[in-house]
Design a protein around this ligand. Structure first.
Ligand code: ADP
Ligand code: MG
Length: 272
């Protein structure tokens, strides 16, 4: 019998629809308040390619976290659609993992146990050995090989966020959503965790969307920086492609003339 390959021919920017991991269109978020409706996001469109790393910057209160939690399925969509993979987002799912500023670990449990909780849920069908391997693999990846049996409360903030990163990747999501994950860390620790994040992201070939208020972080990590307009009715105001090869070397980038062009572009956007 003859089989016909069905091709999706809807094209956008030279990419077919199935090459996008996230397809957000006409997104609106309206919060009811005592003084009437507050429209945070309106008619926001954004497409994210498979395996792409994008960062999102914008003024405080413009609606970045609102957008991210809507993609995560943790915040109801008022209007518009979000398609993740080929499914319309209707709620949270294991295909999308979130890393927040504070990893909210169970303090009395070990790093290992904190990662295992999620792994047990997502890989309930797997064997005990398989789950054990996954947890240990990701904890080692984030540099916690020697601390995995320490209690979370005994770990530094940076190490706790390493657990947060391991926990998210261990669920093997298709999309990783990060909301200012390093915002609370000192700059040295932040740099270390940026490197850990990019290394694991690169190996796992997943799509990442990261909110940051740090312009340098957004350039260093992302393929594209998405600039959101100030609210109310925020949308995507501008997009900057970061054309640096990977793996990227922090010190070398700081010497690259394009780095300052990118930086100026972003700062100009934020100042106007
Ligand atoms: N549950 C809510 N009810 C009403 N207003 C909200 C709610 N959550 C957020 N907001 C408002 O929506 C706007 C965007 O918030 P948020 O997405 O947290 O911004 P950002 O992450 O960019 O700082 C802010 O003005 C905030 O006060
Ligand atoms: Mg926020």
């Amino acid at each position: 019998m003859e089989t016909k390959e069905i091709k999706d021919t809807r094209e956008h920017n030279g990419l077919f629809r199935h090459e996008y991991m996230l397809d957000i269109s006409g997104l609106n978020k309206t919060y009811p308040t005592p003084n009437g409706d507050y429209v945070v996001l309106d008619d926001l469109d954004l497409k994210v390619k498979k395996e792409e790393f994008i960062s999102i910057i914008g003024h405080s209160g413009c609606g970045k976290s609102t957008l991210l939690t809507m993609i995560a399925g943790l915040n109801e969509i008022s209007k518009g659609t979000i398609i993740a993979g080929n499914k319309t987002v209707k709620g949270a799912g294991p295909d999308r993992a979130v890393i927040f500023q504070s990893p909210s670990l169970f303090p009395w449990m070990t790093a290992y146990e904190n990662v295992m909780i999620g792994v047990k849920q997502v890989f309930a069908h797997g064997s005990k050995k398989e789950r054990d391997d996954i947890v240990k693999y990701y904890l080692a990846k984030v540099g916690l090989e020697d601390s995995m049996f320490k209690k979370a409360k005994d770990l530094s903030q940076g190490m706790q966020q390493r657990v947060g990163i391991a926990r998210a990747f261990a669920l093997k999501p298709k999309v990783l959503l990060l909301d200012e994950p390093f915002g609370m860390l000192d700059s040295l620790t932040r740099g270390e965790l940026q490197d850990v994040l990019v290394e694991v992201w690169n190996q796992e070939k997943i799509t990442a969307v990261m909110i940051t208020h740090d312009v340098d972080e957004s350039i260093l990590l992302a393929d594209r920086v998405i600039m959101m307009t100030s609210g109310p009715r925020a949308k995507v105001g501008d997009i900057l492609e970061i054309d640096f090869e990977r793996p990227r070397d922090r010190a070398a980038l700081l010497d690259h003339p394009d780095y300052y062009k990118y930086r100026e572009h972003l700062i100009n956007f934020l100042e106007h």
